[in-house]
Design a protein around this ligand. Sequence first.
Ligand SMILES: Nc1ncnc2c1ncn2[C@@H]1O[C@@H]2COP(=O)(O)O[C@H]2[C@H]1O
Length: 151
Amino acid sequence: GIHERTFVAIKPDGVQRRLVGEIIRRFEQKGFKLVGMKILQASENLLKDHYIDLKDRPFYNGLVKYMSSGPLVAMVWQGLDVVKITRAMMGETNPADSAPGTIRGDFCVEVGRNVIHGSDSVESAVREISLWFQPEELICWNDCAADWIYE
Ligand SMILES: Nc1ncnc2c1ncn2[C@@H]1O[C@@H]2COP(=O)(O)O[C@H]2[C@H]1O
């Protein structure tokens, strides 16, 4: 439904490369509602927890180092099918497989520096949002444009 939420992180490379405004612009113009956002340098412990499913992969330690190497922008976006649609807007995990027009297709070349993360399912979104945000950090605001985005 229209209350579906997803967790999105602009990774440290995305912040350093000044892509924060461009990425927010795309999700905003699509029609999604920004309900949480903060800039932080995440601890290795938080990232190990976030990426727990990847703990046996060879790139796990490097991934945690990269993600903790500088500030990232953590966000929660809300809207109809937001998990699936934001993933489509991001492109494939490997930028080489990402179509032009997607965020990774337009702004990066390597899987280990792929500028953005988005939850891959509604269930992982619930888990990731609770990991990165306190409930009071999520703002329920009345979207004046909602009647023009949803029928
Ligand atoms: N083969 C790989 N080498 C390095 N990093 C990877 C590889 N596969 C996945 N990743 C990283 O692991 C991350 C897991 O989910 P993300 O969407 O954050 O984006 C992924 C990449 O940043």
